[in-house]
Design a protein around this ligand. Structure first.
Ligand code: HEM
Length: 474
């Protein structure tokens, strides 16, 4: 029995760590080969990658001489017969000299892959690749502060919107079922404040998500065009090309469309909820289950499109890794966002609704605390699943920068879990006590929660870096 379990574990591990069929695009072959010495110049230059790639502009594949003069006779193109090969025709009878081939392609998982090789013709000495001049520029890298912060904004905006919806459906709804015993004026004040706060949060996060999407598009355009972020902003045609001609652009359009559907549903529900001046009653304090579930659908599509665009989509098992990645991002949103929202509610409810505010805030806290255990369990399980899908062996954890970023995430998560366990002890004590929690206890829980929010937002930043790095499986 034990040996059977061992065999099953070995097979699962072998399958799980199997190299990706279509991972990050790698150069497989260059013709002429790097550092080749040729008697006569080639008719064309070809670069073969490990997966289909895209060329955004003609100058993204070029051949120049040692002073940077182009020696090509046509545009760089992706081969019709094989989208993994790019080629460019070269001037006949190249004079003796050292030549640089340079390229910048977009891989299936949306990464920009720049590269260069050199060859000589005749008895000329090999020189270092010529990287200056048009087509030789380098934009912000995938791991630059620009790329990571744009991605962080995008994750916080979309994840925050998902968290708001989940909070209303799973936490706030249950805090009012059955309605807590509190004076009617406190109950009314608590529900009215919560409705306003929720909609202000929705508006603010909608803005963050849109700014995040725009920032990601501009930074990706800069990387694709080999220019600075300011250069990309001054070149709207380049941005449109990235949006229209790349898989990254297609998925960004899907995401933006999903966000606009979410905003349109939001406008509709906002108008319904504020139709009368009266605050919502206990039965409608959650905005209504049906409408919130309807709004959750585009939010999930938006999160899912992030997974469909990243490394998960080019892993060995995309049918498994894309849903696992979506679950991971959704669980992270529910936990980090839910923590931040619960903390704001705990801060403000006692001020607007006195003891009643402490009571309903305590109920929301107890409910969130129970659900957070499930969210963190799913987060860890899906995170391990994703890590296994992107690595070739456990040693990648300490031998690659991708692995180190995962270790940093795990370390920060361990500290956050210690804090969460401390808070849980207080919450359990609150559950046993009758009546509203006292002010000092709530202040303690709040302080703890703010530190957790800070730590988890740093983990999200580490994740934004992780998705920009090259996974070991490539
Ligand atoms: C055991 C702990 C964890 C592990 C092993 C782990 C691992 C991973 C891996 C391997 C990825 C995929 C990166 C890629 O596509 O190349 C990822 C993505 C991500 N992780 Fe984690 N993670 C963990 C915990 C967390 C926590 C605690 C958070 C949030 C607080 C988090 C938030 C994210 C986010 C937002 C993404 C990006 C999803 C996307 O854009 O597709 N992770 N994680």
């Amino acid at each position: 029995m034990t040996s059977l379990a061992g065999v099953v574990c070995a097979v699962v591990a072998a399958l799980a760590f199997a190299p990706g069929a279509m991972a990050h695009a790698l150069v497989e072959q260059i013709s002429p080969a790097d550092r080749a010495r040729l008697d006569a110049g080639p008719a064309r230059v070809e670069v073969r990658f490990s997966e289909p790639v895209q060329l955004l502009q003609q100058s993204d594949l070029g051949v120049v001489d040692s002073s940077g003069q182009p020696v090509t006779t046509g545009p760089g193109t992706v081969q019709r017969a094989d989208a993994a090969v790019i080629e460019v025709p070269v001037r006949p009878r190249l004079p003796s000299g050292s030549y640089t081939v340079r390229w910048r392609v977009v891989s299936s998982d949306g990464h920009i892959i720049p590269g260069a090789s050199v060859f000589t013709v005749g008895d000329a000495a090999l020189t270092a690749p010529y990287l200056g001049g048009p087509g030789g520029g380098t934009g912000p890298s995938e791991t630059s502060a620009w790329s990571v912060s744009a991605r962080w904004l995008e994750l916080v905006g979309i994840g925050g919107l998902l968290a708001l919806l989940l909070f209303r459906v799973l936490v706030w709804r249950s805090a009012w079922r059955p309605p807590p015993a509190m004076p009617p004026d406190e109950s009314t004040a608590a529900r009215a404040w919560a409705r306003d706060a929720w909609w202000i949060g929705f508006g603010a996060l909608a803005l963050v998500a849109l700014v995040g999407e725009a920032a990601v598009l501009v930074v990706k355009s800069a990387a694709s065009m080999g220019t600075s972020v300011w250069g990309a902003l001054a070149d709207p045609a380049g941005i449109v090309r990235v949006l229209a001609d790349t898989r990254f652009g297609d998925l960004l359009q899907v995401r933006t469309l999903a966000l606009f559907v979410l905003f349109a549903l939001g406008v509709w529900r906002f108008l319904v909820e504020y139709r009368s001046d009266d605050p919502p009653d206990a039965a409608t304090a959650d905005g209504g289950l049906g409408p919130m579930l309807l709004m959750l659908a585009p939010a999930v599509v938006a999160i899912g499109s992030l997974s469909a665009q990243g490394h998960a989509s080019t892993s060995a098992m995309p049918w498994l890794q894309v849903p696992v990645d979506t679950l991971h991002a959704a669980a992270a949103s529910a936990w980090v966002g839910g923590l931040a929202i619960t903390t704001v509610y705990l801060l403000r409810l006692p001020r607007v609704a006195g003891a009643g505010g402490r009571l309903v805030g305590g109920l929301a806290l107890a409910r969130f605390s129970a659900l957070a255990v499930i969210a963190v369990a799913l987060l860890v399980l899906s995170g391990v699943g994703r890590a296994v899908g992107e690595m070739t062996s456990p040693a990648d954890l300490w031998q690659t920068s991708y692995g180190w970023t995962i270790l940093v995430k795990v370390g920060l998560l361990a500290v956050a879990i210690v804090l969460a366990l401390r808070a849980r002890r207080v919450v359990s004590a609150l559950r046993r006590q009758a009546g509203p929690p006292n002010t000092a206890t709530l202040a303690l829980v709040r302080r703890n929660a703010w530190v957790e929010v800070g730590l988890t937002l740093v983990i999200v930043a580490a994740s934004a870096l992780l998705v920009g790095q090259v996974p070991p499986v490539s």
